[in-house]
Design a protein around this ligand. Sequence first.
Ligand SMILES: Cc1cc2nc3c(=O)[nH]c(=O)nc-3n(C[C@H](O)[C@H](O)[C@H](O)COP(=O)(O)OP(=O)(O)OC[C@H]3O[C@@H](n4cnc5c(N)ncnc54)[C@H](O)[C@@H]3O)c2cc1C
Length: 156
Amino acid sequence: MGADVIVVGGGVVGLTTAVTLAERGLRVRVWSRDPAGATTSAVAGALWWPYRIEPAERVDGWSLETLAVYEELAAASEETGVRRVAGLHGGERLAALGGWAAGLGDAAEVPEGLRVTLPLLDMPVHLAWLERRLAAAGGTVERRAVSGFGEAAEAG
Ligand SMILES: Cc1cc2nc3c(=O)[nH]c(=O)nc-3n(C[C@H](O)[C@H](O)[C@H](O)COP(=O)(O)OP(=O)(O)OC[C@H]3O[C@@H](n4cnc5c(N)ncnc54)[C@H](O)[C@@H]3O)c2cc1C
């Protein structure tokens, strides 16, 4: 089967990339050594909270775009696995965060930290939803381990 793009890796990064490309009309194949349920992504606590991400100058834009998408997906949380959860981020202070903190709609500092509502994902549900969304856009997921990206380049 021909493809415009082969994405190596079927965790949250690979599947999200594949969905984005497939929905723009590209023929996408995902090659993943492991089933989605056996990836690191499947066991993530999965709170949206930019943490030690680089490059700093691009993090604000990435973070806020992701926040907006997750807030939209939270409208169908049973299906997407994304919900908005109100809680306390212990010890956090707004001034210590990046520019992305301006997008935290209801953040309020309290003596214990930051009260804020954030996206929290149920990853097994979210990964299964991404796979279904990819399939609906014509993409495929194959169990396949590679020893280097050259293998994908040759097959593409
Ligand atoms: C306990 C825990 C809690 C976390 N909590 C959070 C959190 O609250 N918020 C947050 O943002 N992040 C959190 N993370 C981090 C988050 O899980 C990772 O950043 C994210 O899952 C990385 O996704 P990924 O798709 O890049 O990688 P992975 O999920 O690791 O997927 C890698 C993919 O590559 C495939 N692969 C690997 N080698 C090959 C090969 N040779 N050939 C073919 N395929 C291959 C694998 O099979 C898999 O499909 C947490 C992580 C852990 C462990």
